[in-house]
Write a protein that binds this ligand. Structure first.
Ligand SMILES: Nc1ncnc2c1ncn2[C@@H]1O[C@H](COP(=O)(O)OP(=O)(O)O)[C@@H](O)[C@H]1O
Ligand SMILES: [Mg+2]
Length: 260
């Protein structure tokens, strides 16, 4: 039985000047699967995320989500394409509260649908939409351990900002969630909240791409690993097999066998 595909990258390539940052990268994420995208610094991981989300334009290749080719701006891909994401450096509005930061995403999703646009016009601007979104924002925040949604984001430490960004992405009800280095600066409690939330996201059928340089940590969380080196995919498969592979040794230790 073939598994339903949430997202597929087909032959993505991107160069910056003379540098081939991403070369002919293809991989799939299945519905309800968490994929670890790993590789050393400069391997091309963040560029792949940028190409999927539309922050950068690919020279070649395409990305298909839920059977449709992704096109257009990052916000279009988020709202119409079903992509949720967090950033390597959290991008929350510091002068807004946690609640307000999350609300923006929920209402953007609701407003994006033609029915939502007509509804909001008829009902007079955003007020009714905000009202509908409030219980959802609180529920999603509580799900990842964020209970004080009235705090200003400028008062949060880095780990808490990451959790709030994660909650904000979930509030969009994404089909695919992209997490770029979500554990940097996180304490043990944050790590626990995020991994528990990831389990629920997976159960809800969302595909997840988890980028991190900590291969051991990623291997303990994900269903499958794509290993990149020099802009190319060099391994795609089971996490334990990846850790034990020649490719892994070559990429991280520069030799075929680590013990020789
Ligand atoms: N906007 C850019 N302009 C020029 N070079 C870039 C840009 N973004 C990334 N690169 C280069 O592309 C390569 C891949 O980078 P990146 O995708 O950030 O790798 P990773 O996330 O795996 O560390 C690196 O050599 C990096 O210096
Ligand atoms: Mg990166």
């Amino acid at each position: 039985m073939s598994r339903p595909v949430a997202l597929e990258c087909e032959s993505l390539s991107k160069h910056y000047g003379g540098l081939l940052a991403v070369q002919d990268v293809s991989f799939r994420v299945y519905v309800g699967e968490t994929l670890g995208l790993v590789g050393p610094n400069g391997a091309g991981k963040s560029t792949v995320i940028d190409l999927i989300t539309g922050v950068q334009r690919a020279d070649r290749g395409r990305v298909v989500v839920d059977g449709r080719v992704l096109k257009g701006s990052p916000s279009h891909r988020a709202n119409a394409g079903g992509l949720g994401r967090t950033f390597q450096h959290p991008q929350l509005s510091p002068d807004l509260t946690v609640y307000e930061n999350m609300l923006v995403n929920v209402t953007a999703r609701q407003l994006h649908s033609p029915a939502g646009q007509i509804r909001s016009l008829l009902r007079g601007l955003l007020r009714p939409t905000y009202g509908q979104a409030e219980p959802e924002v609180r529920r999603v925040a509580a799900d990842v351990g964020v209970n004080d949604v009235g705090r200003l984001c400028s008062d949060l430490d880095l780990g808490s900002m990451r959790v709030v960004e994660f909650a904000r992405a979930l509030a969009q009800r994404p089909k695919v969630l992209l997490l770029d280095e979500p554990f940097v600066g996180s304490d043990a409690a944050t790590l626990e909240h995020v991994t528990a939330a990831l389990t629920r996201v997976r159960e809800a059928g969302c595909g997840v791409i988890l980028v991190d340089h900590n291969v051991d940590l990623v291997a303990s969380i994900v269903d499958r690993i794509v290993l990149m080196s020099g802009g190319r995919v060099v391994f795609d498969g089971d996490p334990a097999e990846c850790l034990a592979s020649d490719e892994m040794r070559r990429v991280y230790f520069g030799s075929r066998r680590a013990h020789t």
